[in-house]
Design a protein. Structure first.
Length: 263
């Protein structure tokens, strides 16, 4: 039996601005994902698992005709409430499952899913659905946390060494490299490519941020002068863009395969 929380409100999600490396990670993930959707006037874009609707609103502000699809009643209600107070273009809000999107094939120029696909219990079906509702030649943009990032590898090694050296029992509680309880999939770049390639012809893979959540690095960045800290973070982000297997987040862009656009 499939069990889901239709009142999910993201209250358990990591805050986006608690540390400098978190601030850069979440800002850049949003910037990269939205830019790769190529928002423009008259362009129709679907935001899958749109949550509170902040990305849908940002895409609409850039001129796109946006639909936010989200199964959570609470988050959809919040998105409607916030967008009612916004000026300019307003997205359309639809309650819908990612693996059974309520749209005709080829309805959109682009579909995005930012930071949500590892929460899906059927991610491959979700990707297939995004491919189906995107027109031939359009693009599907997926932003996914990488649990085999350089930071995760370093943190695992650091904790294992500290535990062996001190003889202490492993620290309780989830570390940033542990998959949260509400995630169904532990993604690395290989698995991302494998699942996406079943429905998409991949045209671009970009890494975002390097070093996020690795304690010594996070603390060092907090101690640096602000301008120097963000230059360092931006430099590592540029490295991550070219080395997605090491990046904290990976953004994949693909074009729907013909098989998925005809269904």
């Amino acid at each position: 039996m499939r069990v889901v929380d239709l009142d999910r409100d993201m209250s358990d999600v990591i805050p986006t601005g608690t540390t400098r490396d978190s601030q850069l990670l979440f800002e850049r993930m949003t910037e990269v994902t939205l830019a790769l959707a190529e928002p423009a006037a008259g362009r129709r874009i679907l935001d899958v698992a749109s949550g509170f609707g902040q990305d849908s609103l940002a895409l609409a502000a850039l001129g796109a005709d946006v639909v936010g699809a989200e199964p959570s009643a609470r988050m959809t209600a919040w998105a409607r409430l916030v967008s009612a107070k916004a000026s300019g273009r307003i997205p359309q809000w639809v309650r819908g499952w990612s693996d059974a999107l309520p749209f005709a094939s080829g309805s959109f120029d682009a579909a995005i899913c930012k930071g949500a696909i590892d929460h899906f219990d059927r991610p491959e079906l979700a990707i297939a659905e995004m491919a189906r509702v995107t027109r031939p030649g359009g693009r599907v943009v997926l932003a996914i946390a990488n649990f085999d990032s350089l930071a995760c590898r370093l943190a695992r090694a650091h904790d294992a060494l500290a535990e062996r050296w001190s003889g202490a029992a492993p620290r309780r509680g989830r570390r940033h490299y542990d998959v949260p309880a509400d995630h169904f999939t532990r993604y690395d770049l290989g698995l991302m490519r494998e699942q996406a390639a079943r429905s998409l012809d991949l045209v671009r893979v970009v890494g975002v941020s390097l070093g996020w959540g690795f304690g010594p690095w996070t603390r060092a960045v907090e101690r640096l002068p602000r301008a120097l800290a963000f230059r360092a973070l931006q430099t590592l982000d540029a490295v991550a863009a070219r080395s997605p297997s090491l990046a904290d987040v990976v953004v994949l862009v693909g074009r729907p395969r013909a098989l998925h656009t005809r269904r």
